[in-house]
Design a protein around this ligand. Structure first.
Ligand SMILES: *Cc1c(COP(=O)(O)O)cnc(C)c1O
Length: 396
């Protein structure tokens, strides 16, 4: 048995997306900047992809810039708003403590350049409110950047409300929507989003392709310099095959959001209910306001790493925290921001589902996690101390 439940780290490409890419590797391989007909065929494909992606987001083709993925889009979005702000003497940015590192590390770099960063506290379920954003706004705020949905604990923020607060104050609003696009309904106009990042490999498209949406009138700042591609805002020959695969994957996932979420939410809730039966366990994130496929638990007295390895032995590909931080032994910054103490944050498990998972797999996972947690606890000196009362349980 091989079960893949790490879709927040990356997804398998859909057959349709793979097929949409193939002609652009072998037949229509021209450079879209070339004037000859081979180049122009590629340029036309590129334009059609731009229009199709814009249609899904509710914007115009001109507002779409192709990038190499979520990290690049986040970086360019934040650098753009910072440079625009700086030119007006505004050097204050509002964000949250549980953003992706692509956002947090860009903010840290700006802090070294004299920007002031306010990271809003999240509540125990991983949510912030538009009110918090409103209260944090200052005369010199140039950007609010809040992720649409969290990659570790799946919480969905009130993006439309936050967007409205920013719009009313005339402050740019960026959202890292990498986990949300293709999974939740998004419309940049209705949700008052000025700048948005997305990445194809999180919705069954190829790796290394992403989009930066920037509302008309926002002059993007380059982070990659060179040729005049993407209206001079992002140099480098466009990755046409990946862009075509991304457009196809996006159209397909957007068209199936309701059917897919209904199926995912059923499996997710069954998984949450099953794992909740494990004593001294706790669900991370909000029960309702969470991504349809996200499950994230902490188990007391367990090391996340050992849990993952033993689950892998049983054929289950899962994750603790995010793909970018696992490997490092540091506990997840998201779980720490939630207020989980270090020893608890270490024992986390993230299961992120796709519609390819089945009810049988969910039952198998519940049984396997219960067995592995019990086994690890039976060998853990920490657990022995907890059971004997020498130490107090953090998770009741
Ligand atoms: C995956 C992810 C990113 C990074 O996207 P890449 O395309 O891998 O660079 C950024 N933000 C969030 C929320 C993500 O889940």
């Amino acid at each position: 048995m091989k079960i893949y439940v790490d879709n927040a780290a990356t997804t398998k490409m859909s057959r349709a997306a793979v097929e949409a890419m193939l002609p652009y590797m072998s037949e229509i391989y021209g450079n879209p900047s070339s004037l000859h007909s081979d180049g122009q065929a590629a340029a036309e494909a590129l334009y059609s992809a731009r229009e199709r992606i814009a249609a899904v987001l509710g914007c115009t083709a001109k507002e779409i810039t192709f990038t190499s993925g979520g990290s690049e889009s986040d970086t360019q979005a934040i650098i753009t708003a910072a440079k625009l702000g700086e030119s007006k003497g505004k050097k204050h940015i509002i964000s949250t403590a549980f953003e992706h590192h692509a956002v947090l590390h860009t903010l840290e770099a700006l802090e070294k350049q004299g920007f002031e960063i306010t990271l809003l506290d999240i509540d125990e379920y991983g949510l912030i409110t538009a009110e918090q954003v409103k209260n944090a706004l200052r005369e010199d705020t140039c950007l609010v950047t809040v992720m649409f949905a969290n990659n570790e604990i799946g919480t969905i923020q009130p993006i439309g409300e936050i967007g409205a607060v920013c719009r009313a104050a005339g402050v740019l609003f960026h959202t890292d929507a990498v986990q949300a696009v293709g999974h939740l309904n998004i419309n940049v106009i209705e949700q008052n989003i000025d700048i948005l990042s997305l990445s194809a490999h999180k919705f069954h498209g190829p790796k290394g392709a992403g989009v930066l949406y920037a509302r008309k009138g926002i002059a993007l700042q380059n982070v990659i310099f060179g040729g005049a591609q993407e209206r001079g805002k992002r140099a480098g020959t466009e990755n046409i095959p990946a862009i075509m695969g991304m457009a196809k994957a996006l159209e397909d996932s957007a068209a199936n959001i309701s059917a897919n979420s209904e199926k995912l939410i059923k499996m997710r809730n069954r998984l949450i209910n099953g794992l909740s039966e494990i004593p001294h366990s706790i669900l991370n994130g909000d029960r309702e306001k969470r991504l349809p496929g996200n499950v994230n638990f902490c188990f007391e007295g367990i090391e996340g790493e050992s849990l993952l390895l033993l689950l892998d032995d049983k054929g289950i590909a899962a994750s603790s925290g995010s793909a970018c931080t696992s490997g490092a032994l540091d506990p997840s910054h998201v779980l720490l921001a939630l207020g989980r103490p270090h020893e608890i944050a270490h024992g986390s498990l993230r299961l992120s589902l796709s519609v390819e998972n089945t009810d049988e797999e969910i039952e198998y996972i519940i049984t396997a996690v219960k067995e592995v947690v019990e086994y690890l606890r039976s060998m853990s000196p920490v657990w022995r101390d907890l059971v004997s009362g020498k130490k107090e349980f953090v998770i009741k």
